[in-house]
Write a protein that binds this ligand. Structure first.
Ligand SMILES: *Cc1c(COP(=O)(O)O)cnc(C)c1O
Length: 411
């Protein structure tokens, strides 16, 4: 594998033009879009519009004239086709963490006689922390947690499980769960399933309706490119809407917030998951960012992700200097999300040295160097250059410098 191969693959790439819709920094190669997606040109423009024009000029009238109040529903409907959901089931609101709290409480309440929440030991920590918080709030008589390794999930599903809470794409390894199979298994035992799509939405095709998923949450700032701290989303299958009773009863989830009634009456359907005032600036930026997906076929996107990854793996294996990098992601591309992870004893320092070389990846404790593969704006030449620079960092040993050993607050 070499540079001219990368150039050829770029020439034949049907998604190559999409790159022009993003704000790329010249000379920099960004392989961290699974943690914070790139800024789109549309979002950059919208940020100015929503602050200077809509807020600055329109002030409070913009809630109506610029339809700020409709943003949670409007964005939910834009995300819906990316996750295989028919209209009326997705809404943009709060963070993944807060949404998990609402969904978990809601799902437990729908399962009288069952108290067990089953999840994976290496789930994303916030999913586990929220579950532990619900457990502390409700007590052991109403919520019990059972954590198992991935390979033991199927065996652990039985009639005692109230809710199965899983993240579809593992944040460290990129390993993907079989959503259809696991959801079906859970339903056979009468359990409800909540899927965390943080590393799935906008990265791989997802079919929530087809898989008969009960509930899901997902992230706005990763593959959806909504910007730092962008709001997240909730999916709730229509068949459950009559039973939704979520505990964070805020005024935006009220049937008629502007009646200012002293008594809470939930809005119909998915809107009852709203809590407080939507963060209009963040939401507007996410709204604009989602337009890049309008003409995207997610299967085509996945094909490019696989091709970029295979090219990456091919390069890594061809350099003897990189033999210390051990794949932490599944070998088979069908079993991976849109990222590649490698174990290396000096992963943190190498990541810092790489950033100084203009290649942005990230580190995940204890020893993982993680590369996000984002086919909308990553080229094969990017991958080629990134690996060249990685070889240089390792060969020259620049990562051994003391300043690269100091852990920052955010890794
Ligand atoms: C990034 C991520 C989150 C983020 O949660 P927030 O509360 O929105 O910060 C949650 N779950 C998973 C699996 C993630 O990867």
């Amino acid at each position: 594998m070499n540079k001219s191969q990368a150039q050829q693959l770029d020439l034949n790439d049907p998604l190559a033009e999409k790159r022009a819709e993003f704000c790329l920094n010249p000379g920099q190669i960004y392989l961290d879009g699974n943690s914070l997606g790139l800024l789109t040109k549309a979002s950059r423009l919208r940020a100015k519009e929503v602050t200077v024009d809509q807020w600055g000029e329109g002030l409070i009238t913009s809630w109506n004239t610029h339809h700020w109040i409709d943003l949670p529903v409007k964005i939910g409907e834009k995300i819906a086709p990316l996750i295989g959901a028919e209209p009326g089931q997705v809404i943009c609101t709060d963070s993944v963490s807060v949404n998990l709290f609402k969904l978990l409480a809601c799902a437990l309440a729908m399962q009288p006689g069952r108290i067990k929440v089953l999840s994976q030991t290496d789930n994303f920590p916030t999913d586990l922390y929220i579950t532990q918080g619900i457990n502390a709030l409700l007590g052991e008589n109403r919520c019990q947690i059972l954590l198992v390794e991935d390979e033991d999930i199927a065996d652990a599903i039985d009639e005692s499980v109230a809710v199965l809470l899983l993240t579809q794409v593992n944040f460290r390894s990129g390993k993907v769960h079989d959503m259809r199979q696991i959801t079906e298994l859970a339903h056979q035992s009468g359990a409800l399933v909540i899927w965390d799509l943080a590393h799935s939405a906008g990265a791989i095709p997802v079919s929530l309706d087809c898989c008969e998923v009960d509930f899901a949450v997902g992230c706005g700032y990763k593959f959806l490119n909504g910007g730092p701290g962008a709001p997240a989303f909730i999916y709730a299958a229509k068949r459950h809407h009559q039973q939704i009773q979520q505990p964070l009863q805020g005024w935006m989830g009220h049937r008629s917030p502007f009646e200012f009634s002293p008594t809470y009456r939930p809005a119909e359907g998915i809107q009852s998951f709203l809590v407080g005032t939507p963060p209009v600036i963040s939401m507007s930026i996410l709204d604009a960012a989602l337009d890049v997906f309008q003409d995207i076929d997610l299967c085509q996107l996945q094909e490019k992700s696989k091709a970029l990854s295979e090219f990456f793996i091919g390069l890594i294996t061809q350099y003897a200097q990189l033999s210390e990098f051990v794949m932490a992601s599944p070998e088979q591309s069908e079993e991976r999300g849109s990222q590649l992870s490698f174990h290396h004893p000096d992963a943190y320092a190498i990541c810092q040295a790489l950033i100084d070389e203009g290649v942005i990846a990230d580190f995940r404790a204890p020893d993982i160097l993680r590369f996000g593969i984002t086919p909308l704006y990553t080229s094969f030449c990017d991958i080629w250059v990134a690996v060249e620079r990685l070889v240089r960092v390792v060969e020259q040993g620049s990562y051994r410098r003391p300043e690269y050993q100091i852990k920052a607050r955010v890794t």
